[in-house]
Design a protein around this ligand. Sequence first.
Ligand code: DC
Length: 232
Amino acid sequence: MSDFYAIAIDGPSGAGKSTMARKLAETFGFIYVDTGAIYRTVGLACLRAGIDRKDVEAVMELLPTLEIAIRYNGAGEQRMFLNGEDVSTEIRLPEISLCASDVSAHQAVRSFLLEMQRKFARENNVVMDGRDIGTVVLPDARLKVFLTASAEARAKRRLAELLAKGESQSFEEVLRDIRYRDEQDTARAAAPLKRADDAVELDSSELDFDETFAVLCELVITRLAVEPEAAE
Ligand code: DC
């Protein structure tokens, strides 16, 4: 068993996993690993290569040519590199979300990325978020949370985020993308999105950020017997 603590946060798109995981990591002095960003990087690579990302053969041919790296900058922020280029901003475009969901359905892609994710947890205290962290990537995680919310609540939050970034999309478009990804991420045969048997399920539809975060902090403190790091 690893000497490090691992916290796994899984759930559907837009449930607030990354915001919560990032803040938890900061509070307890852990490293935050956003695994969706890794799938997004593969999705971007497929888009750039102009291949049909639903075509498993074509995607498999591309994989060995990709050098994907996660690096942390001085501020402790995760940056994604594709063949040496920092693609952290580009992978956040809405069209890349769909590409990521498509490529993540291939078992070959998941296997290609598995070791890279596990290595982080062998070497650091981590808060890792994704879809299959508690079920596949880190089945021995000390704390597993399945963070969810209704599709409408998630679309509302995502729309607010997009508007804040100056990107314009309608509520209907955002909701449609969320439903598409929910359907695809849940129905796929390879590591589908599902709650691990030993995960705590937290529905944040009716909770605000502070309320959700308070529940998570309490879980970390009781399950891991760790305390928040003193603020500097
Ligand atoms: O969390 P996100 O929206 O950045 O994830 C992008 C896509 O990647 C999402 O549709 C599902 C997929 N994904 C996955 O299959 N497994 C993970 N551990 C993380 C993300």
